[in-house]
Design a protein around this ligand. Structure first.
Ligand code: FPP
Length: 245
């Protein structure tokens, strides 16, 4: 795969879909699909890190996922906890910095503790930022940002006419991160499912039928190569090669 380092995306976001269908195809319980999905997470994180991509945002648990059966939610939380515990040394060694977006306050105490510990331990790293979307919903994030801005206006810190795109962006969980250049969704559906609604405004969208547990290095590289073929215009006329400022 011929990738041009200069035009790689700075930020890749992924909707990791298809774990349940993968498990069903194998005649296994759904949780086995999520477990296999953790292997894909590890492979894609390693690949992103090796390529020097700045930010990788993974949709690991949506606000809507709380409506799944309790056993599945518990298993997902358990997998997340184990993943973080197992990966800490490697993250530190490889300069990976952990961040989250979403309602961390809604997660079980144990998961929150391990997240906060990992965030603290990796805070000084300057390689890949691994941003996990947990109990995340794009609309929920925008509502929280609107509330923050309204509260500041009520306190007299901000006039309504001063609220602009920059101020909204600064109130989002992703404050300080560049917008995703590329969104990948596995599992064959072509929708956003309440993911990064504000941040994906100008992102290139890449949909693949590959189920998340089958998604590995070569699929990730194929998505990046496809991205590099695209002309990004950001609403303007004329061409701009993907990844160029
Ligand atoms: C969607 O597949 C996937 C999820 C809801 C969870 C994703 C979680 C992981 C990959 C593992 C844990 C994450 C980390 C970061 C360690 P689905 O269950 O909706 O699949 P289906 O559409 O085929 O039913």
């Amino acid at each position: 795969m011929n990738l041009e380092p200069a035009t790689l995306p700075r930020h890749v976001a992924i909707i990791m879909d298809g774990n349940g269908r993968w498990a069903r195809q194998q005649g296994k319980p759904r949780i086995m699909g999520h477990k296999a999905g953790v292997r894909s997470v590890q492979e894609v994180v390693r690949c992103a890190r090796e390529l020097g991509i700045g930010v990788l945002t993974l949709y690991a648990f949506s606000t809507e996922n709380w409506r799944r059966p309790g056993t599945e939610v518990e298993s997902l939380m358990g997998l997340l906890q184990t993943y973080l515990e197992n990966q800490l040394d490697q993250m530190v060694e490889n300069q990976v910095r952990l961040r989250t977006c979403g309602r961390r306050d809604h997660l079980p105490v144990k998961v929150r503790q391990v997240l906060e510990n990992t965030i603290r331990e990796t805070a000084g790293n300057d390689g890949l930022i691994l941003n996990l979307a947990l109990s995340y919903g794009g609309r929920d994030e925008l509502v929280r940002a609107a509330r923050q801005l309204a509260a500041r206006a009520v306190k007299g810190e901000l006039r309504p006419e001063e609220i602009d795109e920059e101020k909204v962006t600064a109130e989002l969980d992703s404050a300080g991160l560049p917008d995703p250049d590329l969104l990948i969704r596995t599992g064959g559906e072509a929708r956003l499912s309440n993911f990064l609604l504000w941040q994906l405004s100008y992102s290139e969208l890449y949909f693949t039928r590959v189920l998340w547990p089958d998604f590995g290095r070569e699929h990730f590289l194929a998505a990046l190569a496809d991205f590099q073929q695209r002309q990004r215009r950001f609403g303007r006329t004329g061409g701009q090669v993907a990844g160029e400022e």
